[in-house]
Design a protein around this ligand. Structure first.
Ligand code: MG
Length: 478
């Protein structure tokens, strides 16, 4: 049986700040980065994982990954796989590392990278993509794999088991359906703050032609600017002339669009403030955007402010605008409270801010119990590759529904992955199907060699170029 013999990390940074990709009201210069880990065994079996950052500090996460991964060295993989919930507890239980969390911040996202790598290895060892490994589990196995500590006041293991058993009957049909149709998606990349109106209009039209009908726009830097851009996007998505000719018209009053403020073409707009406001400011600002009819405001305020989100939701309800959050919710307890406080309409888990698949499973179970749809956060680098697996697990085995869900999609940086996610002509994610792709997160060695910080060929070349420019401008010695 394979034993874990070691690990290595790579600090990989992509220079996305040069193009304005990923810009929002809070994050203005993002170099999308991956704190990447490879778990090695004494056989050919490896596991790949990562967590996402936006540049500086990625080296700190890599250092934390070393600390966490070290706990797995010498362990028998089959023993770890046999009870992934117990394994997760073990990974989180180092008393000295726990002090620098607990279960939050750098140490937690590092734990996410390592837990994901272990799940990737598990799926590869069974010759299944990750989603299929978990979707084929018995209800008992899913419950055993989840992180249950501290959430039994919201969902007990017995309740989770009952919920999963009630979904057993339809699993095969759902799997067949999503393989045929794909999983619903939405685009964010049309609405970054750093883009000109021309670029926004062009990208929105392009996304419509690709089959998308949910669009997200970044807001929060200037109300008049947001209103202008929102009105521009609505004018395009609501206009029948820009709808794709190859797809049947959508019913704006259909079940899948109820409560989403869809326009007459069945298109939906969402807005995302990336935490810029205080609670009352959020309420006033978003009321000012009522005319662009968003389905929800995402991250209106500080991600830890559960009662603040509840206040925003209560205040915006009469205006028909919902609240979504979760990409910075750092553990299952935050989601538990957001659900218990009725603070959100949409759960936006992040695949590697939560500490890996085991903790994600516990949030999927809670969301299913509370009846709140899960629309995972993605984009960045690697997140889209990860989250399609999580949404498939949610649909096939846990919530049993995908009709109202939408999974974030951004068309950036997929080319660095060996098994990149893909979108079909209906604007939906295809189902990953490789027997050896695990959690789909293995990067090309050539991409690592090029973009590793600080000595990858790209970064060396860029420093040389900057030096040359300085000299050319006569700045030397001044
Ligand atoms: Mg967001």
């Amino acid at each position: 049986m394979p034993k874990i013999t070691g690990y290595k990390t790579n600090d990989v940074r992509f220079p996305t700040s040069l193009t304005g990709d990923g810009t929002d009201a809070m994050n203005t210069e993002c170099d999308y980065s991956s704190a990447y880990v490879t778990l090695q065994t004494d056989t050919d079996l490896s596991g790949y994982g990562m967590t996402f950052t936006i540049g500086r500090g990625n080296d700190i996460v890599c250092a934390a990954i070393h600390q966490v991964a070290d706990r797995l060295v010498g362990k028998d993989t089959e023993e770890l796989f046999h009870d992934m919930g117990k394994t997760w507890d073990f990974m989180m239980a180092d008393p000295q590392l726990r002090w620098i969390g607990p279960e939050k911040g750098v140490i937690h996202i590092a734990s996410g990278a390592v837990n994901n790598a272990l799940w990737d290895m598990y799926a590869r060892s069974r010759k299944k993509p990750l989603w299929k490994l978990v979707a084929d589990f018995t209800p008992e196995e899913i419950v055993r794999s989840a992180a249950f500590r501290y959430i039994s006041d919201a969902i007990t293991k017995e309740e989770a088991l009952e919920l999963l058993k009630s979904k057993e009957a339809g699993k095969k049909e759902r799997e067949a359906k999503v393989r045929e149709l794909g999983y619903p998606a939405y685009v964010t990349s049309a609405g970054w703050l750093g883009y000109t109106d021309e670029k926004v209009a062009h990208l929105t039209k392009e996304a419509l032609q690709s089959g998308f009908n949910h669009f997200k726009m970044k807001v929060g830097a200037s109300l008049s600017n947001d209103l202008r851009r929102g009105t521009l996007i609505r004018s395009i998505i609501d206009d029948p002339q820009f709808q794709p000719a190859n797809l049947p018209p959508r019913d704006p009053n259909g079940e899948d669009l109820k409560g989403k403020n869809a326009g007459k073409t069945g298109c939906v707009l969402m807005i995302d403030a990336n935490q810029v406001w205080d609670v009352n400011q959020a309420i006033e600002y978003v009321k000012g955007l009522e005319s662009i009819r968003p389905w929800f405001i995402e991250e209106p305020t500080a991600p830890d402010d559960i009662l603040g989100h509840a206040s925003v939701r209560r205040a915006l309800k009469p205006h028909g605008i919902g609240v979504a959050t979760g990409e910075h919710a750092h553990n299952r307890m935050v989601f538990k409270q957001l659900l218990q406080a009725e603070a959100i309409d949409v759960v936006q888990i992040d695949s590697c801010r939560l500490a890996g698949v085991s903790e994600v499973l516990s949030v999927l179970l809670m969301a299913a119990k509370f009846g709140v749809p899960v629309c995972p956060h993605a984009g960045g680098v690697g997140l889209c590759e990860y989250v399609i697996h999580l949404s498939l697990i949610d649909y096939i085995a846990i919530s049993g529904t995908m009709e109202r869900n939408v999974l974030e999609y951004v068309d950036h940086l997929h080319e660095h992955f060996k098994t990149p996610c893909t979108i079909n002509s209906r604007g939906r994610y295809n189902v990953p199907n490789g027997a050896d792709e695990g959690y789909s997160i293995e990067m090309y060695q050539s991409s690592i060699d090029e973009y590793e910080w600080p000595n990858g060929s790209y970064w060396v070349g860029r420093r040389q170029q900057e030096e040359a420019e300085k000299k050319g401008l006569g700045l030397r010695g001044h």
